[in-house]
Structure formats: C-alpha cells, structure tokens
Design a protein around this ligand. Structure first.
Ligand code: GTP
Length: 598
C-alpha cells in the first residue's frame, strides 16, 4: 500500500479510562475479527493481564478501513500500557506513530497519567485527537471535561470526539478523525533499510518475534539483516503483521508496522529501541532510539523448597526472554539459601513477575522486601551501587550514602489536598508546586525519595484520598541521605533477608513497629522466639513469641478422624509458605511486613 494510505497511531489514556475497550471496538468496527473469534480484551495477550484488567505489553495490530472518501487505509494501532510503572513502554510505542487518540473518561476527567502520556506524545511530535469516552454514563460531563482538557493540556477540543467504547458510540467518527487528522508516515522506500524495533518477545516455536516500524527502505523475506547493537547477521524467514492473527507477507515497506522473524534465539540481539538494517546496503546511522530502562526496584526471590532453585532459574530465564526490563542475578542469603536478586521497573511489575512465576511455573516463592539502589561512598573516595541491604559495608567505612529521588505529580480533588500534603511530608517529600486546575482539581508536585515510594506510597495515597488521587513520577537524581541499616534478629541471629535500609530519623520507630509486627506474624513454636530490632550493634526493640503449650491435635481428642485429618491438612497448607530460618519457622508474610509499617 502507498504511504499516503497508511496511518500509525496509539491510544493513550489514564488507567481504566477505556483504552483496551476502545481498541476492541475499533477492531470490530473494521471487521477484522468475527464474533466467534472474539475474546474479551483482544489486545491484552496474557491471561494475567486479563485478570488484572491492565495492559502490560505493547502490541500492534494492522486493520484495513474503508473510509468515507472511498479509499481503503492501512491503520496500524499500537497498544500502550497505562500504569505508571510502564511509562517507558508507552514512549517506545509512541515513537512508532504519527498520532494518538487521547482518551479521557468523560466522568473522571484528566488524571496524572493522562498528562504524563500527553507529554510523551508531544515529545514524539504526535498529532493528538481528544476522545471523550464513557459518555453513556449518567455522571459524564463532556463539556466540563473538554474545558478541563483545554485548561490543563492546552489542547483544542472543538473537534474532540464523543464516544462510548462500551456502547460502540462514536467509533466511526474516531476512525474518520484518524484518517483525516493524523499525517501519513514520511520516509523513503528507496533509502537503505531502517526499521525501529519497538517490541520483541520470545516465542517457543518461532524464536524471537520483533515488532518494527519501517522508517526507510523495505524488509523482505530472505533478506540478510542485522541490528546496530547486535553482533550477528540473520536471514529473514517471515515478515508480516497481526490482524490480530499472524499474517505473513513478502515485504513490509516504509511507513508500515509489522513483525520480522529471523531465527533469532537471543532477545539481547534485538533490543527494543535499536534499528535493524540490511547487511548488503546498510544504513549509515541508526534511528534515534530511546533511553534504556533501568530497573528501579530490587528484591530477592527464593524458592521455599531449595530443591526448586533450578526451576526458578529456568523460569526467570524464560521470563527475561519476553521482558527485557526484568533483570536477575544469583544471590545467596544465610537465612534463605540460594535465590536471585531481581530488578523491576516498579512495584506492580514486581508483583506481576511474582504472580507469573507462581502461577505459570508453579513455584512457591519467598520474596524479600523491595529496595532501591543506593550509591554508597566510602571513606577512600570510592562509590559502590548497593541494591541489597546486606551488601552495605561496615558503617566505619562509609563516608555517606546517596539515594534516588523522584519528582511526583499527584492530581486530586481540592478536598484532599491536605491529606496528600501530609502524606508527602511524612514520606520526607519536598514540596515544589501546588497548582489549582479549574475549580475542583489540584496538581501537587513533590520531590520524594524513591525508597519511601516503593514502600507503600501508592496504597497510602489511594486510601488517604479514597481512591481519587492519581500519581505519576519520574526519576530525578541521587541525593545524600541520613541512611542506616536496620536489622532483625531472631533468637540472637541476624536474619539477612529481613534487613532494611531506612532513614535515621524513622529508624527507631520502624524498628519497634517491625518487631511488633513480626511478633504477630511468627507463629508459636516449640520454644520461645526472641525478636529484636537493631541498628548496628544497638538493640532498639525486643518482642517475644511465647513457646507453644499444646499440641494442636489435643483438642481433637475423641473427635472424628476426618476432622483430625483436616486440621493436619490445614497445618500443612500453612507450612507451605514457611521458611526454616535457623531453628525458627518464618512465614512469607514476614519478609514483606516492612511494607506495612512506618
Ligand atoms: P488498562 O488496560 O489497565 O490501561 O485500562 P484501559 O484504559 O484499557 O481500560 P479498559 O478498557 O480496561 O476499561 C476500564 C473499565 O471501563 C472497564 O470496566 C470497561 O468496561 C469500562 N469502560 C470502558 N469504556 C467504557 C464506556 O464507554 N462506558 C462505560 N460505561 N464503561 C466503559
């Protein structure tokens, strides 16, 4: 198809404003999919995504649309995830587009991620089409929200599209707007091949599948290709697009979006953001990539049963093939044995990976509290990056520690500003701005230590504002902080997997709360368990779990055997998540308890 009949676009929105539902409607409208083939949320590939109702991986699908001008257009719809943890995936999808639908819930209005996504779109010079979704809701106030979009974003909404993805209203208008308002892609078919990699994943049958936007030249079956950062040459075995099913073609040309398969086994060969070119007439320059994402949050993953260590490694290796933003390396803990230190984009990413490991790979895991990476400067002038509290050097050797700060934008209704400010202050935040938007919304900007945000900030924010606040954040810089290591001792032994790096001012309170929490979590054992919290050599809190007095079966005397069996079963069930730490049995919850104190 000629370039002038191609349109590449994304849908950007705050989480839950209806992006996936709208994508489904667009697919249906263009007739790409029959009802019997229809799945609930087509673009959300993984079951887990469906269950959680969120989109994780970017994915592109190609649709043919017969427009009112009588021409058939090739529409490439590139899906983007909406959660704050995945904003880099949004930006990489946007780099493959010329325009985007900006979906705003007509009852909720502009939220923090609406704004964050708009900035990403503007960075990529995209044409934005405002779409007011959910106009079917009785609480929808499209006129007020249009005004809000003009005030906050500065986008002209006179030709915003009114839609209800749920009821299928306005879908035709949206597609006409795409065709008329989004520019066709530029680029030359004659120029040497430059294809931007915006997604890739490992398929067990076909090897690595690479999603590309062809910027210049064309990509054919049989061609020999390489990426600028990769070392090897590969022969293209398949090119094509998803509609949403895989469709092979002979050639993808400038302006198109589609997939390439070239017998690649190692996803590192074709990194997202890199450029593919042909080996015989290579392009001189790669396209502008995007900054490589670095994991921000780290935690240790250990098998409950040490015999499952190899299985855990195999599972992580497989997951990394599909998720280049996940990192892992071997780690050993005196308390937990062998496991892996894993790096994630954020807490949600961490939870998703844990769930996939447990559900898809049937593993029973112990997860240690998430931490950020600290820059530890020693007295000799050296600096080490530490993402595990146990690696913190002897305090005598530390000159100072720096921690990562973020800048957070929080949007909330006027009534909750007080609560938001209190929370941010409590989390060592530095206020930068408070901006009143329209009559009832406020944007609060704070600089916060990431350490405080990974703990439980998001949940605390939601509960302080009854779910009305939204959050978006970006990494800012490293800053010195008064940080100390807080240890937990069980019967006199430090449990390395329970150590934390915390701010000195809150260390005492945290230590006390944590010891108290441990007392609730650690079940009674055959002997007394002493729980202590310590900073350096100084014990700051002590709690005791008393020894068990009775045998659990004792109360079943005379009872029937099934009841007894049930009780034993129940005990066994409870044991699954217990880890033997020295002589003490510690439940999984204990390792995450830090998230719920302080
Ligand atoms: P993520 O995939 O998590 O980023 O969310 P999303 O923006 O894709 O939202 P999704 O399409 O999953 O929709 C969120 C919720 O809003 C779902 O319960 C939808 O059924 C509902 N919804 C979507 N569009 C409409 C609409 O036009 N009207 C009404 N009433 N509900 C809608």
């Amino acid at each position: 198809m000629q370039r002038e009949f191609k349109r590449n676009f994304s849908i950007i929105a705050h989480i839950d404003h209806g992006k996936s539902t709208l994508a489904d409607r667009i697919i249906e409208f263009t007739g790409a999919i029959q009802d019997r083939e229809k799945k609930d949320q087509l673009l959300d590939r993984m079951d887990l995504e469906r269950e959680r109702g969120i989109t994780i991986k970017a994915q592109a699908i190609t649709l043919n649309y017969l427009a009112q001008d009588g021409n058939t257009y090739e529409l490439n719809l590139i899906d983007t995830p909406g959660h704050v943890d995945f904003s880099y995936e949004v930006s990489r999808s946007l780099a493959a587009c010329e325009g985007a639908l900006l979906v705003v819930d007509a009852s909720q209005g502009v939220e923090a991620q609406t704004l964050a996504n708009v900035y990403l779109a503007l960075d990529n010079d995209l044409e934005l089409i405002p779409v007011l979704n959910k106009i079917d809701l009785p609480s929808a106030e499209p006129e007020r929200i249009k005004q809000q979009i003009e005030d906050i974003i500065g986008l002209d909404t006179s030709d915003a599209v009114m839609a209800s993805a749920k009821e299928g209203i306005g879908i035709g208008d949206i597609l006409e707007a795409v065709v008329q308002r989004i520019p066709s892609p530029e680029g030359s078919e004659e120029a040497p091949l430059q294809a931007l990699i915006f997604d890739s994943w490992f398929d067990p049958y076909q090897g690595v599948i690479i999603m590309v936007r062809i910027v210049n030249g064309s990509l054919r079956k049989g061609m020999r290709i390489r990426s600028f950062k990769g070392r090897k040459e590969h022969e293209v075995t398949h090119v094509g697009y998803f509609d949403p099913f895989q469709q092979d073609v002979d050639c993808l040309s400038a302006g198109s979006v589609g997939f390439v398969i070239a017998g690649i086994k190692d996803i590192q060969e074709v990194k997202v953001g890199d450029t593919i070119t042909r080996c015989d007439h290579p392009a001189k320059q790669p396209l502008d990539g995007y900054k490589e994402v670095k994991p921000m949050v780290f935690s240790g993953l250990y098998p409950v049963d040490s015999a499952e260590y190899d299985d855990l490694r195999d599972a992580l290796e497989k997951l990394v093939l599909n998720d280049a933003s996940l990192s892992f390396e071997l780690e050993s803990s005196a308390a937990l044995g062998f496991g892996f230190r894993c790096g994630f984009l954020g807490l949600l990413h961490m939870e998703i990976i844990q769930e996939r490991l447990e559900r898809e790979y049937n593993l029973n895991l112990i997860t240690t509290a998430p931490t950020v990476t600290y820059a530890v400067h020693d007295i000799h002038g050296g600096c080490t990056m530490v993402d595990n509290p146990t690696q913190l050097p002897d305090p005598q050797l530390i000159d100072h520690i720096e921690e990562p700060y973020i800048v957070a934008n929080i949007m909330c209704p006027n009534d909750y500003v007080g609560q938001v400010i209190t929370l941010c202050q409590m989390k060592r935040g530095i206020q930068k701005a408070i901006q009143y938007i329209g009559s009832d919304r406020v944007m609060v900007t704070y600089e916060l230590p990431l350490n405080e945000v990974v703990m439980d900030f998001y949940d605390a924010l939601k509960s302080a504002t009854r779910g009305y606040a939204s959050l978006d954040y970006d990494f800012l810089e490293y800053r010195p902080g008064k940080l100390v290591k807080l240890d937990i001792l069980l019967n006199g032994d430090t449990v390395d997997a329970l150590s934390l790096i915390v701010h000195a001012d809150s260390a005492y309170a945290r230590g006390r709360d944590l010891a108290a929490k441990m007392r609730e979590i650690i079940p009674r054992q055959m002997f007394e368990v002493a729980i202590q919290a310590a900073i350096g050599n100084k014990i700051i809190a002590r709690e005791t779990v008393k020894a068990m007095r009775k045998n659990v079966l004792a109360k079943c005397y005379g009872g029937d055997i099934t009841r007894k069996k049930k009780l034993l079963e129940k005990q066994k069930e409870g044991k699954k998540r217990m880890k033997q730490v020295g002589a003490v049995e510690v439940p999984q919850e204990a390792f995450m308890a830090v998230l719920r104190v302080g």
